[in-house]
Design a protein around this ligand. Structure first.
Ligand SMILES: CC(=O)SCCNC(=O)CCNC(=O)[C@H](O)C(C)(C)COP(=O)(O)OP(=O)(O)OC[C@H]1O[C@@H](n2cnc3c(N)ncnc32)[C@H](O)[C@@H]1OP(=O)(O)O
Ligand SMILES: CC(C)C(=O)C(=O)O
Length: 514
């Protein structure tokens, strides 16, 4: 039988211990709802004794989020446990997570307690928690720097007192995969009671080994892993949920475990957490970083264009992205360049491609990333000029915070003058709708960007739009000191290209008339 590993998400508790992060009740609830969509098994919603805000957050999540077990943290004392029980009482599946440190350093200098006192406090805490709920987790904080004999005693007695989950934290990220694997094996061998509970691990990333240590524990029998979205957490953070999950899924051949997680929700969850915590994800972060599915070098780009699995060990779709990204720059090759030309609707001759590619490489030496608009400009300047089938003759908009935005446009389309009006969600939207009507073209706006290309009050605004028609992308550019006019010109430019293309012209063919 394939072993099941449960995912215990502690973004809302240990993740909130990230310096600079403080989530309010609404933000915590939103994250918890997203974690439920991700189908984590357990949400550790907070530490109810910490503050009234955290108590309310745990209570609100317990009352509103169904599906996962909802856990609340408590030190090994009755005050914390009673408070956690109060916050969790309306949860569908509540769990009290109580902990106390077991390492000589922590017991002597922090708790100022003897091992016997720690043992007694742990057992009493578990019994108290058990008087509220069936599901009780006990953690031996700093387990990886604890005496193994003492850990065995602590786990044996807390299980007998009613713990249903035993957590073995690497609180300070000190252990290594080999050492941690050995610890989990030893505890399972020496504590017979461990067979009847879930064995959990909670690894910190101080030496960058949180995920590797957690995986080593899974191989040795851990059935629950504690982790956070984007690897948030105290100091260097916790094991990153997305990395753990995708390692277990992608290398199922090695780990041979089942998970409940809906991996397609991973990217969205990462975004929600980074937006609400304000902690940005580094671009090269595994799985959810902006570059995790981006290819920048020619040899790799050629590989993935031929067969994605040459350089992708998992699909972008599996984490909820729509596609990978080919980033054009100075290290790109001809294959990727030609592919992008095709995607942009150009069909060039060999000679035209050669000229455009040469210009592309020159530009790429000066610019970090070559955008679609740059490629359009290269092709138009080097290879082709598209005739103006649509000319914007006139436009007028009216809008205001109390008025429905309206726009009237007059265009000359293949020699005929057409006037149309439309309302919209703002003057730009109204103008775009009026232009579509006037030109009788149905298309989808994919991207709109505006930037200033000069300085000062009379700065010129450049609008670049990308529209999709029949699966092809067309880019339009417009310049004006009036941003509505720049927007209207950019859209007219893009519509002109769609019309030219649908008239049966090859978009990049040289046209001598122009
Ligand atoms: C490894 C982890 O990540 S554990 C979770 C860490 N998270 C947090 O600490 C965030 C929330 N914490 C807080 O809001 C506060 O620290 C509180 C409310 C828990 C406690 O606040 P205070 O009462 O002001 O105590 P303070 O934080 O200064 O010191 C911790 C006290 O708890 C004791 N303590 C620490 N861990 C435990 C434990 N597991 N069981 C029992 N007592 C403990 C310490 O010995 C110390 O006791 P003392 O006040 O008698 O000296
Ligand atoms: C409370 C425990 C599980 C913890 O956060 C740690 O040891 O890092």
């Amino acid at each position: 039988m394939v072993m099941k590993v449960e995912i215990f998400d502690t973004t809302l508790r240990d993740g909130e211990q990230t310096p600079g992060v403080a989530l309010n009740v609404y933000e915590k609830l939103e994250i918890a709802r997203q974690l439920a969509k991700l189908k984590v098994d357990v949400i550790e919603a907070g530490f109810p004794i910490a503050s009234n805000g955290d108590f309310n957050a745990v209570k609100t999540i317990a009352e509103n989020v169904k599906g996962p077990v909802i856990a609340g943290l408590a030190r090994a004392n009755f005050k914390d446990i009673d408070k956690a029980a109060e916050a969790l009482k309306n949860a569908e599946s509540p769990r009290i997570h109580t902990f106390i440190a077991s390492s000589p350093i922590h017991m002597q200098y922090k708790l100022k307690m003897s091992p016997e006192q720690v043992l007694e406090a742990a057992v009493e805490a578990v019994k108290r928690a058990k008087s509220y709920f069936e599901d009780v987790e006990f953690s031996a904080e700093d387990a990886t720097r604890s005496d193994v004999e003492f850990l065995c005693k602590l786990f044996s007695q807390t299980i007998r007192a009613g713990a249903t989950v035993i957590n073995i934290p690497d609180t300070v990220g000190y252990t290594t995969p080999e050492e941690f694997a050995n610890l989990i094996r030893t505890l399972r061998e020496r504590v017979p009671e461990m067979d009847r509970v879930k064995i959990s691990v909670h690894c910190h990333n101080d030496l960058g080994m949180a995920v590797a240590n957690s995986l080593a524990a899974v191989v040795n029998g851990a059935t629950q892993v504690e982790c956070t979205i984007n690897g948030l957490g105290e100091r260097a953070g916790n094991a990153a949920l997305e990395e753990l999950v995708m390692a277990l899924v992608t290398r199922k051949d090695i780990y041979k475990v089942d998970l409940n997680i809906d991996t397609k929700q991973i990217y969205r969850t990462s975004k929600v957490v980074s937006t609400l915590t304000g902690i940005y994800v580094q671009p090269n972060k595994a799985i959810v970083g902006a570059n995790a599915f981006a290819h920048a070098s020619g040899i790799h780009q050629h590989g993935v264009l031929s067969e994605k699995s040459t350089y992708e060990i998992m699909t972008p779709e599996s984490i909820g992205l729509t596609s990978n990204r080919i980033v054009l720059g100075k290290l790109s090759g001809r294959h990727a360049f030609v592919q992008r030309l095709k995607e942009l609707g150009y069909e060039l001759s060999e000679d035209e491609i050669n000229r455009a590619f040469e210009r592309f490489k020159d530009l790429a030496d000066k610019k970090k990333e070559i955008t679609d608009s740059d490629i359009e400009a290269i092709v138009e300047e080097q290879v082709t000029k598209i005739p103006q089938l649509i000319e914007l003759e006139y436009f007028q908009t009216s809008s205001g915070n109390q008025a429905i935005a309206t726009s009237t446009v007059r265009v000359k389309i293949q020699g005929n003058t057409v006037e149309e009006a439309a309302t919209g969600n703002g003057p730009v939207d109204a103008t775009y709708k009026a232009l579509e009507r006037a030109c009788n073209i149905n298309c989808r706006l994919v991207d709109y960007s505006i930037k200033s290309v000069s300085a000062g009050k009379d700065a010129i605004g450049e609008v670049v739009v990308r529209i999709e028609k029949d699966g092809r992308i067309f880019t339009g550019r417009g310049l004006s000191t009036d941003i509505i006019e720049a927007s209207a010109r950019a859209y007219t430019d893009a519509l002109n290209k769609t019309l030219y293309n649908s008239n049966g012209n090859k978009p990049a063919e040289t046209n001598e008339e122009e």
